[in-house]
Design a protein around this ligand. Structure first.
Ligand code: GP9
Ligand code: MN
Length: 689
């Protein structure tokens, strides 16, 4: 301890002496005097990046985000340090070149942000031809004043340069110290700033940086320069991934599909052919919440009604990876699994996909998708085009007023209301249509509780006193927990769904229409909250604690199996028929394409899932992490352990067979996307089945 104290004292002494010496030698003043060009370069570069953030994202979080300034400074100082290696005569050219480059990054992103409320990506360069007719942000003038302000930076550089030239600065400047030393010490400062930045990074920062799709967040925390450099790397990576191993991948792909049986007909074949379709992407909707009531009030009365009146698949799993919502959309539309690295929506949006909208278009359908969030979120602007939607209605197509915002953006109630108006027009113009509506309000962290409306997640009872008077007593239950807030949020989303159904009915849009709903993924809620939920004793109004013999642990298996999401097919014509029932087959998102294909009369020969009415009890659902589940067993590949789900015996052979099947399927799926194997121009062996 004493040693450390002494050490600190010594260090402090050295710093003090150094400072004193510097003061005597006017070191700071001299440094500024001798490095005017470099300093101008750094200040203008950092200022431009900061201006871009401030003029684009108007949130307090952004204004206060100092991390981005740190990262920008580190980058600009690092670039600037190499300027010292350049001969003084050429030094201005070096700094000016980079200044123009950095200014261009800011300007392009500024214009891009005005159009798309997001930041530019080199992978989007091919899309610039559509800039005029995106219809997403109707802007009278492409370039606005705020996009031009960045030009002040090169102007400042030129002015400074001319002044320095006049003073003969370039002839004097290098006499004092040698170039290499200056370059190295400046690079050292950049490195130090970089390290300082790295240690302030949170795990959320790291994960968002690696995924790169939440562009606003990355720019807010890392600054535009780091964002753009990372963007170049993530845009190139898929190209590198697809450079090696094509032949092997194609061979395995051909073999895999030569073993697949052609579809067979059953009592569901063509059952829904020719009907209009409304698909609801139910953000974070989970099946287990459908079974719950608080104080006699169901969490999801409308979902439950749809489930009661339609075809309800209550053993249905989403199969997402890090791409969450987008992975769900991918698998729902294509019957392919998420990619092993990156996300298909962001890294592989230019690949060829065989999709439900494309196949329905062959039957004369008009296809559209609607989502009131920013179109670039998850790269949907590009990807929904690749998936075959004729039109993607995004945030810019909706009136988003402040009082209608919940969580990430426009509230579901308002989203549905405005969507119905658009759908009425679509219905007038098109004989048959298919539309996907992506919900938004029920999104983590479920903290906008005051906007969800009243839903009591504690237990309230009316008790009668001895004197005959009554009073209401509330027992603490789920109030204040994340799961409790989730129920409130879900109850809101459910009521939005209810209002939507009423609006559709009033608009006559439910006639000859099939209503399909899927939960996109689970809500990633804490296990401890489930333990509280399932260990509440309604008699004693106590939550059993862990030591209680009646305490039932919600273990990791239950948690994983509890991540089921609803899948419902509802149509007025199905109510009361033999089809109007609950199906408990183990089913995954990748089974939707073949199952709907059978019912609507289309066929995707490269689907990885199955028609559930053909496989029935014999289905298997694989997960991107290598886990899998059947009606009999759930297998966890990380633990290499399983949980039996029936009384039937499970053999080692069976486990191995299913694990091999899972690994093969994941490989083939990944290769199909990475090597673009469904693109007839790239895969000559591709024969239309
Ligand atoms: C964003 C929304 C949410 O537009 O779909 O995406 P998620 O965070 O669930 O992947
Ligand atoms: Mn989602």
């Amino acid at each position: 301890m004493k040693r450390i104290k002494n050490g600190i004292n010594n260090l402090w002494k050295i710093i003090k002496e150094k400072c004193k010496k510097m003061k005597e030698e006017h070191a700071v003043r001299n440094y500024f005097k001798n490095n005017v060009l470099f300093i101008t370069f750094v200040i203008t570069g950092v200022l431009n990046s900061t201006l871009l953030r401030f003029l684009s994202m108007h949130t307090l979080e952004n204004y206060l985000s100092w991390k981005a300034i740190l990262a920008d400074t580190a980058i600009v100082v690092a670039i600037g340090s190499f300027g010292y290696l350049v001969k003084p005569k050429r030094r201005f050219a070096y700094y000016m070149g980079f200044n123009i480059f950095l200014t261009a990054i800011c300007m392009i992103n500024s214009v891009y942000y005005t159009f798309y409320t997001s930041f530019a990506s080199v992978s989007m360069l091919s899309l610039t031809q559509y800039i005029g007719d995106v219809g997403d942000a109707v802007v009278e003038n492409v370039i606005q004043l705020k996009d031009l302000v960045y030009i002040l930076s090169p102007i400042a550089m030129i002015i400074v340069h001319l002044k320095l030239k006049k003073k003969n600065y370039y002839k004097k400047v290098d006499l004092k110290s040698d170039r290499k030393k200056r370059a190295l010490s400046t690079l050292g400062v950049a490195g130090l700033l970089g390290v300082l930045f790295l240690i302030t990074m949170s795990s959320l920062d790291v994960s968002r940086f690696l995924k790169q799709w939440n562009k606003e967040y990355v720019v807010m925390r890392f600054g535009i320069y780091v964002y753009q450099a990372n963007d170049v790397i993530t845009s190139i990576q898929p190209k590198i991934n697809s450079m090696f191993g094509y032949d092997q991948a194609n061979k395995e792909f051909t073999e895999y599909f030569s073993d697949i049986e052609p579809p067979v007909t059953n009592e569901y074949t063509n059952l829904l052919k020719g009907k209009n379709v409304i698909v609801i992407h139910g953000e974070s909707m989970m099946t287990n919440a459908m079974e719950l009531s608080f104080n006699g009030q169901e969490v999801t009365p409308n979902l439950n009604r749809l489930a009661r009146e339609g075809m309800f698949f209550n053993n249905f799993y989403s199969q997402v990876s890090v791409g969450t919502s987008s992975d769900s959309e991918l698998t729902y539309n294509t019957s392919l699994m998420p990619t092993k690295s990156g996300t298909a929506f962001v890294s592989y949006s230019d690949r060829t996909f065989i999709t439900t909208p494309k196949l329905l278009k062959e039957q004369g359908y008009y296809t559209f998708s609607m989502h009131a969030n920013n179109a670039d979120f998850w790269n949907r602007r590009k990807m929904h085009n690749s998936l075959g939607y004729d039109r993607f209605y995004s945030k810019a197509d909706y009136k988003v007023e402040k009082e209608n915002i919940i969580g990430l953006g426009l509230s579901d109630k308002e989203f549905f209301k405005q969507s119905v108006e658009k759908m009425k027009k679509i219905n007038e113009k098109n004989e048959k249509w298919y539309g996907l509506l992506i919900m938004l309000s029920n999104h983590t962290p479920f903290s906008d509780t005051e906007k969800y409306g009243e839903f009591n997640v504690d237990i309230t009872e009316t008790i009668t006193n001895e004197d005959g008077t009554t009073e209401e007593v509330t027992y603490p239950y789920m109030e204040g927990t994340k799961l409790g807030n989730y129920f409130k949020s879900l109850h809101y989303a459910d009521s939005a769904l209810g209002e939507f159904m009423t609006e559709l009915e009033e608009a006559g849009l439910l006639e000859n229409t099939v209503f399909i709903l899927y939960g996109d993924h689970d809500a990633r809620l804490p296990k401890k909250d489930y333990n509280r939920l399932y260990n509440y004793d309604m008699e004693t109004h106590e939550v059993r604690d862990k030591d209680d013999p009646l305490y039932k642990e919600y273990d990791s298996y239950q948690y994983e199996l509890g991540r089921k999401v609803p899948f419902i097919i509802w149509s007025k014509d199905l109510i009361g028929t033999q089809y109007n029932t609950t199906y408990s087959y183990t089913m995954g998102m990748y089974d939707v394409v073949p199952t709907l294909g059978n019912m609507f009369g289309f066929y995707n020969p490269y689907a990885l899932g199955h028609d559930i009415f053909t496989t029935r009890e014999n289905n298997i659902v694989v997960f991107p992490n290598g886990n899998w589940v059947t009606n009999k067993v759930y297998y966890n590949s990380q633990k290499e352990a399983y949980l039996s789900l029936s009384d039937q015996p499970i053999t080692e052979e069976e486990i191995k067979k299913n694990t091999d099947y899972t690994n093969k399927l994941l490989d083939v799926s990944n290769n199909m996307i990475v090597f673009d194997l469904l693109n007839p121009e790239k895969n000559v062996n591709l024969e239309k089945k």
